[in-house]
Write a protein that binds this ligand. Structure first.
Ligand code: ADP
Ligand code: MG
Length: 398
């Protein structure tokens, strides 16, 4: 975001500031189960309050049908949690998201006061980036702040639309996320190791392609390693393998070789006779996977080899678990990699919903330099693409 304005570049005092946050938090019976995303927005919200802005918070939550209020997707639980964290009142507006009532409430706000709009997706115009809805949102504010990193890969009304009509800047969370990931891609301390796993090569092609260009070593695990193993001529039994991606994987192996990038794939795996915690298991070399078994984790020899490379790296990026870590029988590879990332003294960054869940599960989250809060948004940055939400912000004057 080097070339984009942030909240420190504008005068917010006395201004109505619409802050797009990502309060898409997990709920259970009306209670926020994980308030990380609310906490991450606090620096921006506190800054605006201290600098006497009139703050209007907006977010989406879950996947309501759109077109009406649905109580299970109300922002109420998030508003309640925010009140506790901020220690000041926050008025949650009922009624149409950007109707007359919202406009008059925005005009009645005093310096340092905070109000919150209901779930943006109650309005069908949000996801469609509908012009009429964009104009209504824009009318609520003098300045727009994007601090919703986790939603900034979506060209929705509150992300890409509103900035076309009002001065628009990035918040602290957005800037921290984008700057950390971009710096790692643009100017990493070396050796730089990228650990890529997860379920599908097809989901991660863009990331693997981009990282082969940048990293010194690319480590492959997860279900997608079986597509790479198949590309090398191994039989992978009943493992989850993408037949139509085998040629693509071959191309990646060749390109890595031509570029002198070390692309590591497993030498042993943990196989199972079914996809279940209680399955019969077998640890075997990759040239001995039984035809009636599936690989559900990387093996101990592979985990040790990966850990050695990871610990000796100056920069580590991790996206995607090494195996089906949700089942204790197949968590060892992911756990071993998580421990190596935690033990690495270099800059360590984790992005991707399930990888973040894994590091938290193993209680190692506080031993990592940076954990991205956005799954899809961080994936898009790792593919080397600009986010629509960032592209829409005002350029810095030079
Ligand atoms: P992330 O959210 O970190 O980007 P993905 O969504 O791509 O990761 O993949 C995570 C999922 O991949 C997990 O649910 C995990 O169980 C699954 N997975 C990992 N290894 C295997 C495997 N060998 N077979 C089947 N599924 C796997
Ligand atoms: Mg995932």
């Amino acid at each position: 975001m080097k070339n984009k304005k942030t909240i420190e570049d504008v005068d917010v005092a006395g201004k109505r500031v619409l802050v797009r946050v990502d309060f898409n938090v997990p709920l259970y019976e009306g209670i926020v189960m994980d308030d990380t995303r609310i906490r991450e927005a606090l620096p921006t919200l506190r800054y605006l309050i201290e600098h006497k802005a009139r703050v209007i918070i907006a977010s989406h939550l879950g996947r309501p049908a759109g077109g009406m209020f649905e109580s299970q997707f109300s922002m109420m639980p998030a508003a309640m949690r925010l009140i506790q964290l901020l220690g000041q009142p926050v008025t949650l507006l009922g009624g149409p998201i950007a109707g007359e009532q919202a406009l008059s409430a925005s005009l009645a706000l005093k310096d340092g006061e905070v109000m919150m709009l209901e779930n943006l997706r109650f309005n069908k115009g949000e996801k469609r980036n509908d012009l009429a809805f964009v104009r209504k949102l824009a009318a609520l504010c003098d300045i727009y702040v994007d601090d919703a990193f986790g939603a900034s890969h979506r060209a929705h009304a509150s992300i890409a639309g509103v900035p076309q009509f009002v001065p628009s800047v990035g918040g602290f969370l957005l800037a921290k996320e984008v700057n950390t990931l971009n710096k790692m891609l643009e100017d990493p301390k070396r050796p730089f190791t990228a650990i890529l796993g997860g379920s599908k090569v097809s989901d991660k092609i863009g990331i693997i392609d981009n990282l082969i260009e940048i990293a010194d070593t690319v480590i492959i695990g997860g279900a997608m390693c079986f597509t790479f193993l198949a590309a090398q001529g191994h039989s992978v039994g009943t493992s989850k393998m993408e037949e139509d991606m085998v040629e693509t994987a071959k191309g990646m192996l060749e390109r890595a070789k031509a570029k002198g990038v070390r692309l590591m794939i497993p030498t042993d795996v943990v196989c199972a006779d079914m996809f279940a915690e209680g399955a019969r298991t077998l640890v075997c070399g990759v040239d001995a996977i039984p035809s009636d078994m599936m690989g559900l984790d990387i093996g101990p020899e592979t985990t040790a080899a990966y850990a050695e490379v990871i610990e000796a790296s100056a920069t580590v990026l991790w996206n995607g678990p090494m195996g089906v870590f949700e089942f204790p029988s197949f968590e060892a590879g992911t756990k071993g990699v998580a421990q190596a990332v935690a033990a690495c003294s270099g800059e360590t960054v984790i992005g991707g919903g399930d990888s973040v869940a894994a590091i938290k599960k193993f209680g190692l989250a506080d031993q990592v330099s940076f954990i991205s809060t956005g799954g899809g948004a961080s994936m898009q940055l790792l593919e080397g693409k600009e986010l629509p939400g960032v592209a829409a912000l005002d350029d810095k004057e030079v």
